[in-house]
Design a protein around this ligand. Structure first.
Ligand code: FES
Ligand code: FES
Length: 127
């Protein structure tokens, strides 16, 4: 199986690797795992008082497609409202990265991580 150029680009130059303070009330943290391969993805968002995502960071212990999926979504998340972020679908990620069928679950991991990070943020704010 060969990786697309976009996967290789994100894999070699991952955007927004790192961590935000998970105890910061503006930060939501999502940690998800893929049962089929054991890969783990941590995605964090920092939300401004205006409800817009100002920053996003990730750490992924996994395959190239999982790293590329999380790197890509950190770019997509910045500047979006939480409602907009919730609409990001794994199929958009898979299309952008030209993932083959066996790697679709890597993009599902990224969608799940976004939803988990938003849920954590909203739980901190009583939602
Ligand atoms: Fe996830 Fe290889 S299957 S790292
Ligand atoms: Fe399992 Fe990519 S996340 S192979």
């Amino acid at each position: 199986m060969s990786y697309s150029n976009k996967v290789i680009d994100h894999y070699e130059n991952p955007r927004n690797v790192g961590a935000l303070d998970k105890n910061d009330p503006h930060v939501g943290t999502g940690m998800v795992g893929a049962p089929s391969c054991g890969d783990v993805m941590k995605l964090q968002i920092k939300v401004g008082d205006n409800g817009v995502i100002e920053d996003a960071k990730f750490k992924t212990y996994g395959c190239g497609s999982a790293i590329a999926s999380s790197s890509l979504v950190t770019e997509w998340l910045k500047g979006k409202s939480l409602d907009e972020a919730k609409t990001i679908k794994n199929s958009q990620i898979a299309d952008e990265l030209e993932l083959p069928p066996v790697k679709i679950h890597c993009s599902v991991l990224a969608e799940d991580a976004i939803k988990a990070a938003i849920a954590d943020y909203q739980a901190k704010h009583g939602k």
